[in-house]
Design a binder for this molecule. Structure first.
Ligand code: CIR
Length: 266
């Protein structure tokens, strides 16, 4: 990677307010619609946590036409050096790229566009200290992943394609980076072999949705719904900040999906 700075060192983020239509967001399993007021409150609390850990947050307006547009992680990738406009695979989400493009052009000197015709969603991208892992999934295909490797090369990032185990929405649905050498994983992700070179902390059985945590500087944001995970991570020396995800989780959200995070050099 171009820098020896920890890859979880951030000072900037983009989020998008939930639209009323968020209640119609995509989901793999019906747990009932999320409550709009509940999602709004969770989103506001999420932004407040980001600000409390030193992040300058750009809050974008809601987009009624795109129920899942609160999940800004999926239509783009951001780094200190550049942003990349991706191409979501879910048909109802394809227009989100065009909506976020002008914002990225304002905030980044260099904005690349994933070449046609492949698909990549940001939830399938895990940034580690050594490389960018691109998970093939129902949302990210080989053509898109190959094109993304070429985009990343143009500003010095090396990347690697991995196979997200079948049935998992996105690569990061079941894993996150805890530090330069450690990954938080579900048992299924541990057994996939993807993280064989890493130290792994395996989630307690029954708390798998806690896998999508976010390391930001010294803090580790983890869903409040998983007390055994919080205890485990706390016990391992991480500075855990619990964040509520009860409503947003009903449309398959973890924590990373609601923001784009990067270190902006002033
Ligand atoms: C979707 O299915 O696209 C949304 N309901 C959830 C997206 C979650 N995105 C992410 O974890 N990066």
């Amino acid at each position: 990677m171009p820098s020896s700075t920890p890859c979880y060192h951030f000072n900037s983020a983009i989020v998008r307010k939930p639209s009323l239509s968020v209640v119609n967001g995509l989901r793999t399993e019906d747990q009932g619609d999320p409550d709009y007021d509940g999602v709004k409150a969770e989103h506001e609390a999420y932004v407040a946590v980001f600000e409390s850990v030193g992040i300058k947050v750009t809050v974008l307006p809601e987009l009624e036409a795109f129920p899942d547009s609160i999940f800004v992680e999926d239509p783009a990738l951001v780094f200190t050096e550049a942003a990349i406009l991706l191409r979501p695979s879910a048909p109802s989400r394809r227009g989100e790229t065009e909506e976020i493009a002008p914002v990225l052009h304002d905030l980044f000197d260099k904005v690349l566009q994933l070449p046609q015709p492949g698909h990549v969603e940001g939830g399938d991208i895990l940034l580690t200290q050594e490389s960018v892992l691109i998970g093939l999934s129902a949302r990210t295909n080989r053509t898109g992943a190959d094109a993304l490797i070429e985009c990343l090369k143009t500003f010095g990032y090396t990347s690697e394609i991995v196979n997200t185990p079948k049935g998992i929405l996105h690569l990061k649905t079941e894993c996150s980076l805890l530090d330069e050498t450690t990954i938080l994983v579900t048992r299924r992700m541990e057994q996939s072999g993807i993280f064989d070179g890493f130290r792994k902390i395996v989630l307690p059985e029954g708390e798998e949705p806690a896998a999508n945590a976010i390391r930001i500087n010294k803090s580790l944001l983890v869903s409040t719904n998983y007390p055994r995970t919080i205890e485990l991570l706390d016990h391992n020396g991480y500075s855990v900040v619990p964040v509520k995800t009860t409503e947003i989780q009903k449309i398959d959200a973890g924590l990373s999906c609601m923001s784009l995070r990067w270190f902006a050099v002033e």
